[in-house]
Write a protein of this length. Structure first.
Length: 260
């Protein structure tokens, strides 16, 4: 399996996955969205909340706030020596407090143990004159399969690498240029050209539109365009590296079980 990175920012990655199979590509996707651990607030004690927002909604907003940390800085509670009771190796504390009139943002959360708030502009609660919020939260590592607040990779998907082929039957009428929603084709000097093959969504509109049956569109079953965004709690590199480590470990465990 080869990975060729096409686009890379702190929030997004797109890469070509080659020499693989649909089953392996889907295993990577499922591992990315459900197995890579990240930090999120779990147990929240609300000491004061006289805002118009309910405690439950406030707790949900705190829980969904992305928290950035080094991926190996904390233990998963189920793997921790404390047995999941909660200790400095598997939990950290967040504090939020303020009096109205003001709006409390994610950046107002006070953190410890090197935890950072990557997006400080998320509004958490608006406080009017005389209203107050004081709360303390315990943040722990968790996985996306248990709750989306522990899912660092979002909008994760892939498609088979598109292949368009044009035969000599083409009379360069331009109908496929007009119908294609992804601008895959263009007419240059009255000659049809494929200008953007990877943008194809495999919708087959061009195939149906072509009056000479000159077009075929297929997808490569061993090559995929793969992409996902992050919630910025981890970088695309950390998420991809961790997912491949987890997948490799699971497959090794499966192989050992089969050999027993
Ligand atoms: S619609 Fe068919 S014939 Fe017309 S330009 Fe496209 S491929 Fe050629
Ligand atoms: S299959 Fe759809 S997206 Fe792909 S080239 Fe044809 S019309 Fe464009
Ligand atoms: Zn612990």
């Amino acid at each position: 399996m080869n990975i060729d990175v096409r686009e890379f920012t702190p929030q997004k990655i797109e890469f070509i996955l080659e020499n693989t199979t649909p089953a392996k590509a889907n295993s990577l996707r499922r591992t990315l969205i459900s197995e890579v651990p990240t930090l999120a607030a779990e147990d929240i004690k609300i000491y004061e909340n006289s805002s118009i927002m309910t405690d439950e909604m406030l707790a949900l907003r705190i829980g969904l706030t992305p928290l950035k940390t080094q991926i190996d800085e904390f233990e998963l509670p189920e793997n921790c020596e404390c047995g999941g009771e909660g200790c400095s190796a598997c939990k950290t504390t967040l504090i939020l407090g303020g009096e109205g009139p003001t709006t409390l943002y994610s950046g107002d959360l006070k953190t410890e143990d090197g935890v950072e708030i990557p997006d400080k502009k998320i509004p958490l609660v608006k406080l009017y004159e005389g209203q107050e919020v004081i709360l303390e939260a315990e943040a722990k590592l968790g996985k996306g399969k248990d709750h989306t607040k522990w899912q660092p990779a979002v909008a994760c998907g892939y498609k088979g690498y598109p292949i368009q082929k044009i035969t000599d039957e083409c009379d360069n009428c331009g109908d496929c240029v007009e119908i294609c929603p992804r601008n895959v084709y263009k007419l240059e000097n009255n000659k049809l050209q494929i200008q953007n093959p990877e943008a194809c969504s495999l919708c087959s509109l061009c195939v149906q539109e072509c009056h000479t049956d000159a077009i075929t569109v297929t997808d490569d079953k061993n090559k995929f365009i793969f992409n996902f965004e992050t919630d910025e709690s981890l970088t695309p590199t950390e998420i991809t590296t961790k997912a491949t480590e987890i997948l490799t470990k699971k497959l090794q465990g499966f192989k050992e079980t089969l050999n027993q």
